[in-house]
Structure formats: C-alpha cells, structure tokens
Design a protein around this ligand. Structure first.
Ligand code: GLA
Length: 414
C-alpha cells in the first residue's frame, strides 16, 4: 500500500483506510475525544534553566503564568487552546524525603500546585512532563520505580496532562512501563490526559502494537522531535504518509497519533510553510500543541493558528485521521473524511522553485471528487478564505498553491 510516484504522470493511490472506522478500543478515561489543543514549552524554550541571565525565557513558573495570561487575553483560549504544558527540566535534581518529585525551588518558588491553581483560575489546564526510565531526556530524575508515587503527586498537585517520555529505558520494557503508568494515573481518580512516546522508542526495534498503545495512551509520538524548519516538518509528513496504513487506523476519539508540536510563529518556516503545517496537522487529526512565544507572535501566524475553519477540521467530531492519497507532479494530496459526509482536501505544492502553480480538481486527479456527483459545494480555507461555489464532475476548478504551501478546501456533497 505504499504510495507510488511518477514525475509528470498522474499517479493516484487509493487507500482502503478511509473505508473503516478505528476498530481499536481507546483508553477509557473520557479524555481527548478530540485532538488536544494547547501550548507546550519544548521546541521554543527547550532546557533553558538560566533564570539569572535570561529570566524571561527560562523554564520557571513565570513562563507558564505569562503564557496562561496571554492565552486568555489574546483569544487563544476562545479558539480552543486549553492546556498549558510544562516539558522537561522543571524538577529539582533530588526527590524529597518521601521520594516525591519536587519542582526546582529557585525557578518554581511557589511549587507546581500553586501554578496549577493559577492556570485553573484562568479556566485552563496544566500539563507536566516525566520519563518512564531512570532519567528524563534532559538528565532530570526519571520515574522508574516511582510510577505510583509520581502519578499520585501529579494528581495531588492538580495536574491535567502528563507527557511521559521514554529516555533511559530498556526498549523491551517500554510496553510494561507505559501501561503501568497508565494504570497508576487511572488509580489516582483524577482525570489526567496521558501523552506517550512509546511507539517512537519502539520503531527502531520492531513495529509497535498500536492496539495496546491506544488502550493505554491518549496520544502517542511516533517519530523524531520537530525542529523549527521546513525540512523537519516535511520529514514528519513523509514518515506519516509512509506508515499511514499502520498508524491511521489506530487514531480516533480518545487516542491520536502525535506528529509533535506546531512550530508556527517561530523563526524557521515561511508563511506558506506555516500554512502547510497548520493544514496538514488538521488533516492528520493531530494534537495542536503550539511551541512558540505567545507573548510576542506575528499577527499573521496568530491569525493562522486561530483560524476557526481550520480548527473545525482538526476538531471534527467524526474523529477520523486523514492521509495522503496522491503524489502528482510535485503536488501531494491529503484527504480527511469529516462528519456529514464532507471531505477536507489539502493540496500541497512540493516544488520549491518558481511561483504559485495550479492544481486541477477533477476525477482524473482526485477519485474522491466523485463526492461532487451530482453536485458539491467547495470552500477554500487556505491560503485565503473563498467560497468556490457549487461544482459538478464536469467543473474545471483549479486551485492555486504557493511553493511549499498548501491549499486547504472543504467539500460538501449536495
Ligand atoms: C525528547 C522528546 C521531546 C522533549 C525532550 C525533552 O526528545 O521527544 O519532545 O520532551 O525529550 O528532553
């Protein structure tokens, strides 16, 4: 079922994935019924613990309080972004006398519970990070041997999401570790969304068991960390398309594939490339966890991240992940089935030379265009909003796509 490419020729690959709904049971904690939306510190702020010289950008309680403030005042919360998430490098290097993790006292003088109270007072939720091995990837204390204590500590603090990393752990024990932490979280009685990296660490050794992963986790990272570059975003998309027959069926309400953070609003992507990331993350039913500086973000990036029509595609209640259906003349077509028999279509222009190029929407380039028999209504969402009106199988509709950009459309059958 691997896609085939032939330059110059129109080669379409049809997937049977679209024909079935995820058969696999999800983690039954009532969370992540739609892809999680929020903010996560890692890609933008990394392991900056130097609050003496860089107080505004170091990993400290101020950073999360300021992000929470801005999320409310600048329309992020209203757009659906809900979780403010701490990544690595928050803890002290020592556990306390009772074996509990504690936040670095200098950078989090009021502790995580107070931070959670603050975030909750804004109507938002707090995420935290830990690791199932002996250390976190950044070298802070791991949770190995402490799963129950750590789960209970996070619950006592009022934490709402746990990102559980897989560094410093024998790969053969990943399944046991991730499953045991899932049980430990459940036993606290608090609703804690569980974000895993289980398959990412298993792929180098064997194909992960997605039924088991979906039963334990609310989302799971499959592939390498996102960087602030178009190359990185492209590599993630290629990996996803190359493995879509394995991973797409695992996604659905309660459990999602996680291609990592949105880097929109940073330094590495052109605006067209930012549109591609946003469009494709919506098509892939990915968690929308931004890693950027919401205190200082360019208005165009903000508008893109808060675009209600794209967010509606991401959060579509049917909860089916989309997938790549064609590679044609350096275009890629991705499709996602939406509720009400509608379709979301993303046409990405992979030719990184020249100007905008037209892509004809016809039955020949796009078998799912049959949705337009006898008629359909087409809306262009990106690069600009446009009602393209009623179309039929005979229409000669051409969408124009910027180099490394994406045209995002919704198609409603009439
Ligand atoms: C791993 C994860 C990243 C981030 C870092 C933190 O690389 O994949 O997302 O959490 O660890 O050290």
């Amino acid at each position: 079922m691997k896609p085939v490419t032939k330059m110059g020729a129109v080669v379409l690959v049809l997937f049977t994935i679209g024909a079935f709904i995820s058969p696999v049971k999800s983690l039954n904690n009532g969370l992540a019924l739609k892809p999680t939306m929020g903010w996560l510190h890692w890609e933008r702020f990394m392991c900056n613990v130097d609050c003496d010289t860089d107080p505004n950008n170091c990993i400290s309680e101020n950073l999360y309080m300021q992000m929470a403030d801005v999320m409310v005042t600048e329309g992020w919360k209203e757009a659906g972004y809900e979780y403010v998430c701490i990544d690595d490098c928050w803890p002290s290097h020592q556990r306390d006398a009772k074996g509990r993790l504690q936040a670095d006292p200098k950078r989090f003088p009021r502790g995580i519970k107070k931070l959670a109270d603050y975030v909750h007072s804004k109507g938002l939720k707090l995420g935290i990070y830990a690791d199932l091995g002996t250390f976190t990837c950044g070298g802070f204390p791991g949770s190995m041997g402490y799963y129950d204590i750590d789960a209970q500590t996070f619950a006592d603090w009022g934490v709402d999401l746990l990102k559980f990393d897989g560094c410093y752990m024998k790969w053969t024990l990943l399944g046991e570790g991730y499953t045991n932490m899932s049980i430990a979280l459940n036993q606290t009685g608090r609703s804690i969304l569980y974000s895993c990296e289980w398959p990412l660490y298993e792929w180098p050794h064997h194909q992960p068991d997605y039924a088991a992963i979906r039963k334990a986790c609310n989302h799971w990272r499959n592939f390498a960390d996102v960087y602030d570059s178009w190359d990185s975003v492209k590599t993630i998309l290629d990996w996803t398309a190359d493995h879509q027959d394995v991973i797409v069926p695992a996604a659905g309400p309660g459990g999602w594939n996680d291609p990592d953070m949105l880097v929109i609003g940073n330094f590495g992507l052109s605006h067209a490339q930012q549109e591609s990331q946003m469009a494709l993350w919506a098509i892939m039913a990915s968690p929308l966890l931004m890693s950027n500086d919401l205190r200082d973000i360019c208005p165009r990036s903000k508008q893109l991240l808060q675009n209600t029509r794209i967010i509606a595609i991401s959060q579509d209640p049917l909860g089916r992940q989309g997938y790549r259906t064609a590679k044609v003349d350096s275009f890629e077509v991705w499709e996602r089935h939406l509720s009400g028999g509608r379709l979301a279509l993303a046409v990405m222009n992979k030719q990184e030379i020249g100007g905008p190029r037209g892509f004809p929407l016809t039955l020949a380039t796009l078998p799912s265009w049959k949705i337009c028999h006898p008629q359909c209504n087409v809306t262009q969402v990106l690069p600009s909003y446009k009602e393209l009106g009623v179309q039929t199988l005979l229409s000669k509709l051409v969408v124009v796509v910027n180099p490394s950009g994406t045209a995002l459309l919704t198609v409603t059958p009439i």
